[in-house]
Write a protein that binds this ligand. Structure first.
Ligand code: ASP
Length: 342
């Protein structure tokens, strides 16, 4: 190598290092949301409904992502994204939540931060407008992890969270679904047509959830739901159960689940995924596949999860024909999807 080339090389290395000293690469941020998994089939969807759902998913993911870009915490991002879906009548959380067997709304939500495994949850609330806020308030302003029923509603009000009457949540579409479902369930299973059977399965899902990674390297997860149509009053699903529907630990991953809650509780799905990563060295994608397809599915359960690991890798796994979902990865790439095979 002659001297000129040598000097040029040194100059390149020097200026290169100067550039990187002036513009340090920012730590990665990433976010993913779901709006429920289930028997979501293109043939049953109108283009208008599909468009509206994609628009809300897109607003929700951007609400969270913009906060992350501005240096906001993963907690702020998760809450912001979930608010958008709780406030939309299209999803089964907050306004437009499904109805229980008595025609009433009972809401469940949970939140967990990965930095210190702090968590909060509420179940069976009937008046707090945004149940994810109540879950965060339980975590931040009470010595407890979970509050249920009237006590949880009264705690939320004492914390200054907006309270609403049941009418705020109940939509004519959900009332119609409950009526149709109850009349079909009154028929013997054998007498149901394939279409009716499909209708029953379609009524089950629609929970919302979010996982996020902020610039400080902290993961967070949150889930919010009205549960399952025609559920027994006071039934509690997986969404507010830390470890079943929601989990976050910077040492492994952040998870939010959706699906037939009883199976997600029995398989402790969100924690099962984290545990496989921590103790079994599995990747997030492998662990999620295992939990959904080898643990939940063989028992007859169905649903899906969104997951994010500490390096910002996103996984979305389901054994249902669809899951409303969106993500913005560490490269800033946005994806909004509905069907499993998209
Ligand atoms: N997992 C929720 C529940 O069982 C339902 C859903 O995801 O839509 O309450």
């Amino acid at each position: 190598m002659n001297n000129t080339i040598c000097i040029r090389l040194l100059l390149c290395l020097f200026t290169g290092s100067l550039v990187s000293a002036q513009e340090p690469t920012k730590p990665p941020i990433a976010i993913a949301i779901h709006g429920g998994a289930g028997t979501i089939l293109k043939k049953n969807m109108t283009p208008e409904k599909e468009q509206s759902i994609r628009e809300v998913l897109s607003s929700a993911i951007h609400a969270g992502y913009e906060l992350l870009q501005q240096g906001g915490s993963s907690q702020e991002a998760v809450v912001a994204a979930i608010h958008v879906m709780e406030d939309s009548p299209l999803f089964n959380a907050g306004k437009g939540a499904v109805l229980n067997a008595l025609g009433e709304v009972e809401l469940d939500a949970s939140f967990m931060e990965g930095k210190n495994r702090n968590a909060g949850a509420v179940a069976g609330v009937r008046h707090v407008r945004n149940p994810i806020d109540a879950a965060v308030a339980v975590m931040e302003s009470s010595p407890h992890v979970m509050l249920v029923g009237a006590g949880a509603d009264s705690f939320a009000q004492a914390q200054g969270l907006t309270a609403v009457e049941q009418e705020y949540f109940i939509t004519p579409a959900r009332q119609k679904s409950l009526k149709r479902l109850q009349s079909k369930l009154n028929k013997a299973q054998a007498a149901l047509t394939a279409e009716e059977d499909l209708f029953i399965r379609q009524q089950r899902y629609g929970t919302v959830g979010c996982v996020a990674l902020d610039r400080a390297g902290n993961l967070a997860a949150g889930t919010s739901t009205g549960g399952m149509t025609n559920k027994q009053w006071n039934r509690v699903g997986d969404a507010p159960i830390i470890g079943a529907g929601t989990y976050a630990d910077n040492a492994s991953c952040a998870i939010s689940a959706t699906g037939w809650g009883e199976y997600f509780i029995r398989n402790v799905v969100a924690y099962d995924i984290a545990a496989q990563m921590m103790y079994g060295g599995r990747s997030l994608a492998d662990a999620a596949q295992h939990s959904i397809h080898q643990r939940v599915a063989p028992l007859g359960g169905d649903g899906g999860i969104i997951g994010l690991d500490a390096s910002g890798q996103i996984t979305m796994e389901m054994n249902t024909p669809g899951m409303y979902r969106a993500s913005i990865d560490i490269n800033g790439t946005l994806e909004v999807k509905i069907y499993a095979d998209e």
